[in-house]
Write a protein that binds this ligand. Sequence first.
Ligand SMILES: [Zn+2]
Length: 389
Amino acid sequence: MTVSAPRNWNYPTAIRFGPGRIKELPQACAELGITRPLLVTDPGIAALPILEAALEANRLSGVDTGVFSGVDSNPVGANVDAGVSAYKDGTHDGVIAMGGGSALDAAKAIALMVGQDRPLWDFEDVGDNWSRVNADGMAPVVAVPTTSGTGSEVGRASVITDVATHTKKIIFHPKMLPEQVICDPALTIGLPPKITAAVGMDALSHNLEAFCAPGNHPMADGIAIEGMRLIHTHLLTAVREPANIDARSAMMSASLMGATAFQKGLGAMHSMAHVIGAQLNAHHGLINAVVMPYVLCANRSAIADRLQDLARYLDLPDPGFMAVLDWVLALRQALDIPHTLADLGVTHAHLPTFAPAAVKDPSTGSNPLPFGVDEFSKLFSQAIDGSLT
Ligand SMILES: [Zn+2]
């Protein structure tokens, strides 16, 4: 069986996987009792034929579908508010979340917020804030990813920027995991090489950080290491041969696997990506790709054994920490990813704000080593200057 063969999975949620399965959108809506969906996406997708493919599928089945495309590339609270208004104005009864991570995150937050009296930030993933949610008020969600990276279609959270504080906040509820997912790798064929590379590296960072996160979680570890094997085998092909459906399918699987595995935890790559993304509006996957080798080196003493296992599984020469580091560096180079944070506009003047903010990021708690302000200051400095030690 090839990696692009159509399959139905029920783990971690109901997933229709395979090229062309966007045609089953009306069935997915029907299974959740949705008759008047609001399709939430971003302006980029709204201009593409793949949106029309989704709308056409619903039209043929008589499913009246509204479209809300007011989602920024790093979604903000106002995007969620506007989506909630569109949902209520159109008397919709469910959400189709279609797009990359930003659109999926915004759509999931909109589906959460249509039934709440409290403001969005009351549900930030801190302590047991999620228990404040009126779960009965949440709208059902069909998720349709159009990139392979964030895995938000199988995640239980959304990352939304709070513009008042310039911070990325994680909004969490267990029921934010979409009940129906359509993974149609053909939808990603038109994705430009640079975006394919950046989101693919986001998927790698999810699998890698989950695999290295401390704690005993054999299920997450097993998923993460196989996710990385798929990326090792297929990411470059997906970038160089955009219409290669096997490579696109493998990357879509790896994306699902990263987000499933990172229930175990993420780490300092994501702490830095959240902080930089909130301040500089840089691409999330690209930031993770840039900081990846620096974070691996900073965590080396805690992850050397893990990376030896990974190197063996990937069949890298001379398996060990350096083998994985060299693999990451070579992959970044082959994908034309910049080597330093300076290339993304980060300067030493950002350190006094970025380092303390990274310490506070929720991903820091599951980094292999405890990082405080001093460790993050050093890490940001090294990544700005390009000094790998
Ligand atoms: Zn990520």
